[in-house]
Design a protein around this ligand. Structure first.
Ligand code: ATP
Ligand code: MG
Length: 444
């Protein structure tokens, strides 16, 4: 007799043995002399059956009163049964309700083809994640995280934790809107802000002797965006590296990272991908296309982008489609964004001050990362800030980095939420986040 709890995924290893399983009651089917329970745990499901002639009459009857989603412990014998969907079933000897579910009707529909809206599901997210296919999304997300850490570790990066409460708000590098997208926090009567990027801190510790650093953590943006790709709080994978030749070194790391992630997810998430009916392709070689060439090819496709303009969402989609058709790749690096659209600290090429040594990584039509070589030469940095109407003297913590010996360096910010969304071809970033935050949603 095995008294230890067995996961449902392992039940088939115990044919003709007595085992104990625990989990949630997904479904009960009640026939006269036989009752079926589908029990679900974090590894899958198993069909348990109660036979009226094999267990105590009271116990048999009590099964009908158990409500779906109650937590139960079942002891029984594993029986091979060719008719059962899984080829085996658990014949119930004892069943104990560890925690009843009290709802006659659950707040959301947990069936695979749920009829509940995304909003309702998010309101009841911890019920939603009981659905194996939703659970699978977050197991995959967890593996993306793990693969990221593995890869960056293998490339000599040090994980740092950057503060999320900061006074480096108003003129924080990257924030051209002078605080417009910062959340203000009352800090013992002082105004501080939730960090909208770890940019300054990454650069600080590249100069701090680590050379290669990364942080994975929350990023806050007080933008009233109502899109399927913006949240007010998201998870940023931010890295920064020193002694680079140019921005290609950063793209090499990003490409290596994406390759490692896609390979690892394929390797470790077979069950989850099957559940979701998704396939993830591993990039062969991510194309790197210069802005002038992008402008030309978009023009050929009937879309004009001005020299000083960014790629709008339509242009991003068109470029991705072009790359898919021409190279059969789902990722593309767009290179050399105009300085007018980039923060002051992006380096400019010697021969083209209107451009920057920067890139975006697009994945199936949307931006998932932005990176660049940073300007490390103090005089040029001060000049670039001035061109943007900023004054380096008002950013003493930032300025000091470049007054103290700062190597040539660059880095990238990549959104884990968007990456997960696009990897699994979900329709909304909210599907890839457990408890998304947007202008309307701060609960639960
Ligand atoms: P977008 O132009 O799509 O609004 P951005 O250029 O303002 O994004 P960056 O500051 O470059 O964003 O941030 C780096 C990465 O962080 C983005 O490429 C994206 O993956 C992610 N990201 C940025 N803003 C958001 C947001 N509001 N919600 C979710 N992810 C975001
Ligand atoms: Mg960007």
């Amino acid at each position: 007799m095995n008294t230890e709890r067995i996961y449902t995924k392992d039940v088939s290893k115990y044919i003709d043995k007595e085992i104990t399983v625990m989990g949630w009651v997904y479904n009960i089917r009640d026939l006269k002399k036989i009752k079926f329970i589908i029990l679900r745990d974090c590894t899958g499901t198993v069909q348990a059956i109660a036979l009226s002639n094999e267990i105590d009459g009271q116990l048999f009857e009590s099964i009908s009163r158990i409500k779906p989603e109650s937590v139960v412990k079942i002891k029984g014998r594993v029986n091979e049964n060719k008719q059962a969907k899984q080829g085996y079933e658990l014949v119930i000897r004892e069943i104990e309700v560890l925690s009843p579910c009290l709802f006659n009707k659950l707040p959301i529909d947990l069936s695979p083809a749920t009829t509940s809206s995304l909003d309702k599901r998010l309101d009841n997210r911890f019920l939603d994640t009981r659905r194996p296919e939703i659970n699978a999304i977050f197991r995959i997300r967890s593996q993306i995280f793990k693969a990221t850490v593995e890869y960056l570790d293998s490339q000599g990066f040090t994980k740092i934790e950057t503060p999320k409460l900061t006074v480096l708000g108003l003129e924080e590098p990257g924030n051209e809107k002078s605080g417009a997208d910062l959340f203000e926090v009352d800090y013992f009567g002082k105004k501080v802000y939730l960090a909208q990027s770890p940019q300054l801190y990454k650069q600080m510790f590249v100069a701090g002797g680590f050379e290669r650093v990364y942080d994975i953590g929350p990023v806050f943006r007080a933008e009233e965006s109502h899109t399927t790709r913006h949240l007010t709080e998201f998870t940023g994978i931010d890295l920064e590296m020193a002694f680079i030749k140019n921005e290609n070194d950063i793209m090499d790391i990003v490409e290596g990272l994406i390759t490692h992630i896609t390979m690892q997810v394929n390797k470790t998430c077979d069950r989850e991908l099957k559940l979701l009916g998704k396939k993830i392709s591993i990039p062969k070689k991510i194309p790197r296309i210069q802005f002038e060439d992008i402008r030309k090819l978009l023009k050929d496709m009937g879309k004009e982008i001005d020299e000083e303009d960014d790629l709008d969402p339509e242009a991003e989609r068109m470029l991705s489609q072009y790359v898919k058709d021409k190279f059969d790749e789902e990722f593309v690096f767009a290179l050399g964004y105009p300085f007018s659209k980039r923060p002051f600290y992006h380096m400019r090429p010697e021969d083209n001050p209107k451009s920057t040594c920067s890139f975006d990584l697009l994945y199936n039509g949307i931006e998932i990362a932005t990176g660049s070589q940073r300007e490390h030469r103090l005089d040029i940095l001060a000049k670039q800030a001035k061109e943007k109407g900023l004054n380096l003297d008002n950013m003493p913590d930032y300025k000091k980095i470049f007054e103290s010996g700062c190597p040539p360096h660059g880095g990238v910010g990549l959104g884990l939420d968007r990456l997960t969304e696009k990897l699994l071809k979900l329709n909304n970033i909210r599907e890839a986040v457990l408890l998304p935050r947007d202008p309307e949603r701060v609960r639960p």
